[in-house]
Design a protein around this ligand. Structure first.
Ligand code: ARG
Ligand code: ZN
Length: 882
């Protein structure tokens, strides 16, 4: 468990980075595994790298049994052990250091280091080391710039632990006395300690043989407990697709003889890229039509790919220090997103990613937890696995890739991997390699990594009929963020097109160009303000700006609703079409909020969508996205002072206007047509139909609740898979709560023992809006399957309620804030990382309307003043309370 906050909090600063004084060339670990007690015998080949400092090893929660240097036992006084550091003065340039320690896996509820997944009787042991878990396993310089070769021997009771796994290639196994056995693994690739992993217990596997493009035979194994092993096939397929894609797209091959993937129900994060032994939260590995939704299938494919891609972007080239975290995470998210775009629909993938950025990263960047993609300081690194480091980090890589073009980016990546293979690198190294390979100076993009906050991009167009010119002025400004009052101009690539009013893209010629070339251009705004003059323009055009979301900024353009409606109808690019729809929906929302029932934006939005609804050539999935306005959380950004009830009411009003405009009959007919083609198939068309069916039913429910209820009841009963079943349940629970009671209870019984399905059952109910939401959540806490010990369960009920139920969580009397505070303290006692993550729900309290703000403030201030909370939670509360 992390230390409590009465221990001194140290702030780690990027500027203080110093290379390690000692490195570890080779480490041999011998584990004697047991659930209550495990002993770890470590032999470290230490080499002095610089200076004359003593050896310093990290170690936390370890019982030190033996310590020797070059075979000489050290006695007390020959070393210092304090504050998680073991210090030994050694004169030589190298030495062999040996420690023996004992740990208590079953008591490890923080799920960091070596811990037990599941029950004492049938569960298995596993490790999670990133970021600083290895120091909970053995004494070691636990920092990513110490790269070592590992030899790992596992010893355990054969009955209780029939499967023994560690990263690297297998190097023998055999019997031991007393029903015990052993297995050894050697990893030829030097790696950082955070990539170490072992797994031991009763697990089943599915296997496949794979041959890499460069001819290596690799055995692929996906491991899970017996009751879920038949839900691993989709993960295996996804793994094979990922391996092939990385060979094709980046020329990267896998580099060991075996690759293991393991599923656990007890995991703090999504998944982990340990070398040769990836470990997954079961939520991102298991998939079957009866218990997984279409979204979850896509997530499994993406996360399997993400972790696999880390083998190069993360493992072969790792991070010098944790400030560089986005070097591997931003890059790997970008690679994962490109993969998913190639496997599915590229525009839909871009829509999904941009929507996530707006929902999760923009609020983070605008609140007290804002930080640059490369933070400059931290007190608890686990709190920096954020949407900013991951999602915004990916957007920064995307901008660089866009600047270089497909081939140039590939050249740059080749050079990056080539130059830094086997090294711990920095973001500067990355940008330099991309630039050097293309003879381009990209260093101005570094500013993006150091500056927090979402830039505002303002666009202003003026048409000059006499000159036949269109003059576009772009300006940028980044609002001050926590601890960063002044901001500089950033290079902002703006991909743009101009449309005439019939929706035709115009040929583009900038003022200094001889002739027009193409209908799309990328200009890079790298000062506070720039003008662009387009020639040969005959009538005021409609600019389509930031195409493909070419930079992670907020665009402010004084569009008229009709302009956006033109783009929404005609833009050939699916993403931009959606984007025009989102912008227009924002204006329509303003109309509803200000009670303009016949506001021009509302009319333009509903009118354009009603037309598109009738357009049979439009893709079902895209139509479903177009019919979805920005969510309550994004709309928050449209007001200065938030009242979640008013935001929801206005959003509901605009949906109602949309449903009325489309009309009850077309909605019913469309629903029935989509229902007729319902199947359990997982192809893109079937998924798109299910998605649209859900949107149509929810719209219908707004104007014909009895009919929608009948449809939803039948859909629940006849659903061939989880997507239709869960959607029907959610619709019912919203439209006809009384009639949802029996199906909700039925679902609960049907999935007894299926943890991931129950998580969805909790999450669906935690999201139901309104005044009785808190009471509902409190009642759900009484369900026998609810437990604070399991991160997924906490996230599905507590996390979903706090983060995705604005009206429920932000009730005006503050009762939900007080409830959450209690739960945070309880969770913190078990698992600080999870408590800290849920606590970020308090992020936006300062911008709430006064009554709620007061209520939230009281709770946050009281929590932040406590001295008995973990470093993780204390760090979040301290920053949120400021
Ligand atoms: N590197 C993992 C990933 O692929 C995340 C692990 C983070 N774990 C943690 N405890 N902070 O994104
Ligand atoms: Zn990652």
């Amino acid at each position: 468990m992390s230390d409590r906050s009465d221990a001194p909090t140290t702030v780690i600063r990027l500027d203080d980075y110093r290379p390690p004084a000692w490195t570890v060339e080779h480490v041999a670990l011998v584990f004697d595994l047991g659930i209550d007690r495990t002993e770890v015998d470590a032999t470290l080949q230490m080499v002095r790298a610089a200076g004359d400092e003593p050896i310093r090893l990290n170690g936390e929660g370890l019982e030190l049994l033996e310590l020797s240097v070059d075979d000489r036992r050290l006695v007390e006084g020959e070393y210092i052990l304090a504050n998680g550091l073991l210090e030994i003065a050694v004169d030589a340039e190298h030495c062999t250091l040996r420690t023996k320690v004992a740990l208590r896996p079953a008591e490890n509820t923080a799920l960091e280091g070596l811990y037990l997944s599941g029950s004492r009787e049938s569960g298995f042991l596993l490790t999670q080391c990133e970021a600083e878990g290895f120091r909970h396993i053995t004494f070691f310089p636990d920092r990513p710039d110490v790269l070592s070769r590992y030899t790992v021997t596992l010893r355990a009771d054969r009955q209780r632990f029939p499967v023994l796994l560690a990263g690297g290639n297998p190097d023998g196994s055999g019997e031991l006395p007393d029903g015990r056995h052993w297995a050894r693994f050697v990893d030829p690739h030097p790696k950082a300690s955070y990539l170490f992993a072992v797994v031991a217990g009763r697990l089943e596997r599915i296997s496949r043989d794979y041959t890499t493009a460069d001819g290596r035979a690799v055995a692929l194994h996906v491991w899970a407990e017996a009751d879920v092993i038949d839900r691993c096939d989709y993960a295996m397929d996804s793994l094979v697709r990922s391996m092939q894609w990385d060979e094709r797209t980046y020329g990267r091959n896998y580099d060991l003889d075996v690759f293991h993937v393991v599923a656990t129900h007890d995991f703090n994060m999504g998944a982990m890229e340990n070398k040769g032994l990836n470990i997954f939260n079961a939520k991102y590995l298991l998939a079957d039509p009866d218990s997984s939704t279409d979204d979850e299938y896509r997530h499994v494919e993406a996360v399997v790919a993400h972790e696999y891609f880390h083998n190069w972007s993360g493992n072969r080239v790792t991070c010098r220090d944790w400030f560089q975290l986005s070097l591997k995470e931003g890059l790997t998210v970008f690679r994962e997103q490109s993969f998913s775009a190639d496997m599915n629909s590229a525009p839909l993938k871009r829509i999904e990613d941009v929507a996530l950025l707006r929902r999760a990263q923009f609020p983070e960047d605008a609140g007290p937890l804002s930080h640059p993609v490369r933070p400059s300081q931290y007190s608890e690194i686990n709190n920096f696995y954020t949407a900013t480091v991951y999602e915004k980090g990916s957007e920064l890589v995307r901008m660089l890739a866009g600047r270089l073009g497909t081939e140039g980016f590939r050249r740059g990546m080749d050079l990056y991997f080539d130059r830094h293979d086997g090294q711990a690198a920095t973001i500067e190294d990355f940008i330099e390699a991309l630039g050097d390979a293309n003879d381009i100076d990209l260093s101005s993009y570094l500013a993006w990594y150091g500056q927090a906050g979402t830039p505002r991009l303002t666009a202003e167009g003026r048409f000059d009929p006499a000159q036949r010119q269109y003059r576009l002025t772009l300006r940028q400004r980044t609002p001050a963020t926590a601890g960063q009052p002044t901001k500089q101009a950033l290079p902002i690539p703006v991909r743009l097109s101009l449309f005439d009013r019939s929706g035709r893209a115009l040929p583009l010629r900038l003022e200094d160009e001889a002739r027009a070339e193409g209908t799309e251009r990328t200009v890079v705004l790298d000062t506070a303000e720039q003008h662009y003059v387009f020639e040969d323009i005959d009538a005021a055009p409609v600019p389509s700006l930031l195409r493909g979301f070419s930079a992670p900024v907020i665009l402010e353009c004084d569009y008229q609703p009709e302009d956006l409606a033109i783009l929404l109808r005609h833009d050939p690019d699916g993403f931009n079409r959606w984007e025009a729809g989102q912008q227009l929906a924002g204006l329509a929302y303003d109309d509803c909020r200000d009670a303009r029932a016949d506001g021009p934006a509302l009319l333009a939005w509903t009118g354009a969508l009603a037309e598109l609804f009738a357009d049979a050539s439009l893709d079902d999935a895209l139509l479903a996205e177009l019919l979805t306005p920005p969510g309550e959380i994004e709309l928050v950004e449209r007001q200065a002072e938030r009242d979640p009830d008013r935001i929801r009411a206005a959003r509901q009003a605009m949906l109602l206007a949309l449903a009325l405009r489309v009309g009850a009959a077309p909605l019913r007919v469309r629903y029935e047509a989509l229902r007729a083609s319902t199947s359990a198939a997982m192809d893109a068309t079937s998924q798109a139909r299910r998605q649209l069916k859900r949107r149509v039913l929810d719209l219908l429910a707004l104007i014909d609740a009895p009919l929608a209820t009948t449809f939803a009841l039948a859909q629940y009963e006849q659903a061939p898979g989880m997507t239709d079943r869960l959607a029907a349940l959610a619709t019912l629970a919203t439209v006809a709560p009384e009639q949802a009671i029996a199906p909700i209870a039925h679902f609960r019984r049907r999935y007894e023992g299926n943890a991931l399905a129950l998580d969805k059952w909790f999450a669906m109910q935690a999201q139901l809006p309104g005044a009785d939401a808190l009471a509902r959540v409190q009642a759900l806490e009484g369900d026998p399957s609810f437990m604070l010990k399991n991160p997924n369960r906490v996230q599905s009920l507590v996390g979903t309620f706090a983060r995705s139920n604005p009206t429920g969580f932000h009730r005006a009397d503050g009762a939900a804030y007080r409830w959450l505070a209690d739960r945070l303290v309880a969770v913190d006692g078990l698992n600080p990382q999870v408590a800290a993550r849920v606590a970020t729900a308090f992020n936006g309290w300062k911008r709430l309307e006064p009554t709620r703000r007061e209520a939230a403030h009281a709770v946050v201030a009281e929590l932040a003043a406590r001295k008995d909370l973990s470093r993780d939670l204390t760090d979040i509360l301290g920053r949120v309370a400021l």
